[in-house]
Design a protein around this ligand. Structure first.
Ligand SMILES: [Fe+2]
Length: 225
């Protein structure tokens, strides 16, 4: 039987987000103010999602697991603390780059350091998420039914403001297969107002290929835009 995968949707999105940030940090011309600003703007969104995701796991997924299996959430929570500490440093470096660049400084040397530190962070983050999927996911399957796991996802959705969902869509939706996109957006279509659904479709139109978007439109019988 195929069980519900707790981490699949957010982790695919976060891997996409971090890869985009890494790519952009590598090709940014750090003597160009506009390019540094673009990197900063992407970084702000990516780091925001990482923070939200860690809180979602700590406050919902791991908190629920801890109730059934005391001590089982400890390792991941410790990882989150370590990741957060490295992330805070990266966020500060990015802000420093942005501010210095705005004052017309060439920040090439600091940009190279940011790129390398981001790469180290990226590596650790990938390892952490894979471990959650290999080690924590089986524990979640052991202690919860799929209905209960779905209710955890519902709690996470309810605790975050709707604008956050739009940032998630930008990174999550292109990282899914067509069938997964249809599944996610069928659910979204059921719970969202028509205006909010239009907003979501508009966001993902910018990040999917024309063919991917057209196929999704057909599958959802969606005619707007
Ligand atoms: Fe995590």
């Amino acid at each position: 039987m195929n069980r519900m995968k707790t981490y699949d949707v957010p982790h695919k999105g976060l891997r996409n987000a971090l890869s985009q940030l890494s790519l952009l940090a590598g090709k940014t011309n750090y003597s160009n103010q506009k390019e540094v600003e673009q990197l900063h703007n992407l970084g702000v969104d990516v780091f925001k999602l990482l923070t939200i995701h860690a809180a979602d796991e700590d406050e919902v997924t791991l908190a629920e697991l801890e109730k059934h299996c005391p001590g089982c959430s400890e390792h991941d929570m410790e990882d989150h603390k370590e990741i957060h500490a490295s992330q805070v440093k990266l966020e500060a470096s990015l802000l420093m780059l942005y501010n210095a660049s705005k004052l017309n400084n060439d920040v090439t040397a600091d940009g190279a350091e940011f790129y390398l530190s981001l790469s180290e962070f990226h590596g650790k983050y990938l390892e952490h998420t894979a471990e959650e999927e290999r080690v924590t996911q089986p524990l979640l399957w052991k202690y919860f039914t799929d209905e209960e796991l779905a209710s955890h996802r519902g709690k996470i959705m309810a605790k975050n403001p709707p604008e956050t969902l739009m940032i998630w869509f930008r990174f999550v939706i292109p990282a899914q297969s067509h069938a997964e996109r249809v599944g996610l957006f069928t659910g979204f279509q059921k719970m969202a107002s028509p205006e909010f659904f239009d907003k979501g479709m508009n966001v993902i139109k910018q990040v999917l290929t024309e063919v991917e978007y057209a196929e999704l439109q057909i599958a959802l019988c969606y005619t707007w835009s």
